[in-house]
Design a protein around this ligand. Sequence first.
Ligand code: B3K
Ligand code: ZN
Length: 884
Amino acid sequence: MRTQEQIQVRLQDYQPYPFVMSHTSLVFDLQPTRTIVTSRLLIERKPIVEARQAGLRLDGVDLELISIELDGVTLKPGDYQLDETGLTIASVPDSFKLETKVAINPAANTALSGLYMSAGRFCTQCEAEGFRHITFWPDRPDVMSRFHVRIEAPRATFPTLLSNGNQVAIGEYDDGRHWAAWDDPHPKPSYLFALVAGDFDRIDDHFVTRSGRQVEIGIFVDKGAASRAHYAMDALKRSMSWDEQVFGREYDLDVFNIVAVADFNFGAMENKGLNIFNSALLLADEETATDADYEAIEAVVAHEYFHNWSGNRVTCRDWFQLSLKEGLTVFRDQEFSADQRSRAVKRIKDVKALRARQFPEDSGPLAHPVRPSSYVKIDNFYSSTIYEKGAEIIRVLQTMVGRDAFLSGADLYFDDNDGRAATIEDWLAAMRTATGNPLHGIERWYDQAGTPTLEAISQYDEVRQRLTISLSQSTPDTPGQSGKTWVPLPVAMAFFGPDGAPLRLNLAGTEVRADDWLIPMASDRLELTFDGAAEKPTVSYLRGFSAPVRLITNQTDADLALLAACDTDPFVRWESTQAIARKALLGAAEALAHGQEPEVPADLSRALQGALADAARDPAFAALLLRLPDVSELMQLKPLSDPSNLQAARLFVRGVLVEQLEQNLDACFATYDPAQAFSPNAEAAGKRALMAACLDLLCASQTDRAALRAENTFFAARNMTDMMSALDGLSQFGGLRFQTALDGFKSRFADNALVMDKWFRIQAMAISGDPIATFARLRSDPAFTLLNPNRVRALGAAFASGNPAAFHRADGAGYRCLADLIGDVDGLNGALAARLGTMFESCARVELGRQKLASAVLQELLNRNSLSANTREILSKIQAGLMG
Ligand code: B3K
Ligand code: ZN
């Protein structure tokens, strides 16, 4: 392994920056291949010990230095040192002006970090360390400055010139160039800097804040796409008012602009007053976007807007504190979506996503704490752990202290830290002060990697009418971390009698009697005794998924069936149905592995039958109940698995279920009217989700009748959601029907890149036919490009995570597909390649023969001298955890 590039940045090495950047004035003379950036900085030495002797160090990468002046005097080469990562001036006065002029090449910037071109327009992405590719500056989140930005460019090609804050002046030159000046009154770190220049269509609206500030909102999109920006505008205005109502947080500029770009490494970015979005998370209409897209747009628009407080007004001291802004902001967007849609359905979807992405990360070679103690490339730590587990910790906190106390804690945090670069300690201090709750042990949630396991064993004593529950928790060792101790767990519980009615018990030795219990667990073990149980209670654990743990219980099949049918908590109803399904699927896998015919327990079809019978009441919830755990989830439950065996088991069980439930599914499917007028709201989306879930299961019959039904659904579809549900059904059959539908789809949507991403994705995930050959065909399709991250993910990530049996094919062909793609992307965009590389993490869970093949494939990539530090960090960690 090459270690020379694996330089670790450590939390314990944090030092404050010795200078204050009082003012930053930037002039951009924009030209695609040679942009000149002139920077004028007012810098002052801080009155702290560390600052006394310090020279000035500024970050800067791939910058051609044209000139440098200190207090108006041109510096000679000996006065400063340039190296690969920045500029040092050993001796500087206590207060001075520094002017640098650099040249950069945005057109050659395929890494999409810093200033780059997307579809002929200039745009930026500076988080985490992109600003150093633009000019020399202390590119770290705890250094803030007031920015004044002047942008100059040819008017004809770049009529729109945007930056952060308010536009303060515009002007024209005689040669066809024009300029705009922007001033951001809020000091900010460089990662929140943004610049956009290009020719866009725009939609405008405004929002009046609760204190009466009139905010002009502009959304800038591709020419011809304005009609697809209205949903995002609506979501933004709803977010602005929600943050006022729930968190008491108001917007603080007169302008809020959003720009959508086609080439973007992530979903979106919260730059102050100028959010930049991946167009996949902004543009939607019924013809081109699915309900899932609408839902994601609503969540991400809200997320980026909410960062204005949780991230921008209060930012992070260093990147180790990343979850301070990301975990909190995810929590805030989850709550927003829950309020806009169905809280129960939202919670289940969030838990599904957590289990699909964060749980595997936390139990594999890439496991890291929510606050890591070291990293090589910070871009690799924009992980599900930082985001989603971070949000779960915030939720645990809220559950522990109660909603109102939590909101006063958040209020205190925002007020006390406004304008500061804060730490996780600052957040917890505000929570402790506001709530009076000592929150013992809460730090461990941030510092210990690994998903805690909660074991809950109940015992019923009929004679004493007493129920005893023994709770014990443990957190497994993870790479580099062992010997962990308890974390505070709020365990929400309730009890049901044999008839499914709630049971009111009392905690032994106390007068407390309740239907619902919230047990704060702050120890390794806890014994609970409940009295008054005249009949054997069935325990409903972790209601609402009250803590992000793996739960092990001694619940019987009958307990699960009862909870699946009767629990008043929708999460536990869904979870119990899933538990029945998981058991059936793993049992079938075991039987198939031994050449036996699996038996599918009747409990499963009964639970699904119950879901179908009740479907009209909450179609979105029923749709979730009907979806069985997927192969990736089963892989987490069965160590050293053969994914093709798990896929076969899933096909088998679904085949049996559809035989038993065909009539019910038919009847439910028939309630759907494909011609009804489209609305993106949760209610209408729920009906479409239910239809899709029925069709998906019906297709498991593999009958011609089902194929025809999927085909008819495709041709009858009036919106993209139904069209994709139909294609999904057809993908289970493959063959001519699927191909014809795909061809029609392609010719209709060839000009819409976002829809074509769906065309790539559905084929990359199709289990029918020869997925390896499909992958190769898609890679050489003229519409495939390595330069667009959405397209790369639509093939690579969809294949590796959505088609696990093919990715983990026994001969290693799937691993080679992904490794080749990573190898080709890496030279262009290391952050994107590294992200694809994380897909190999699932190899730690497959049987040893496959692990060896994966290890060899990874070694080939690691042998390349030119491999980026991003990709090397990810792949070397994964490879270290593999057998071979
Ligand atoms: N803060 C950005 C993420 C940027 C990723 C940089 N590697 C988007 C978000 O979380 O809102
Ligand atoms: Zn974020």
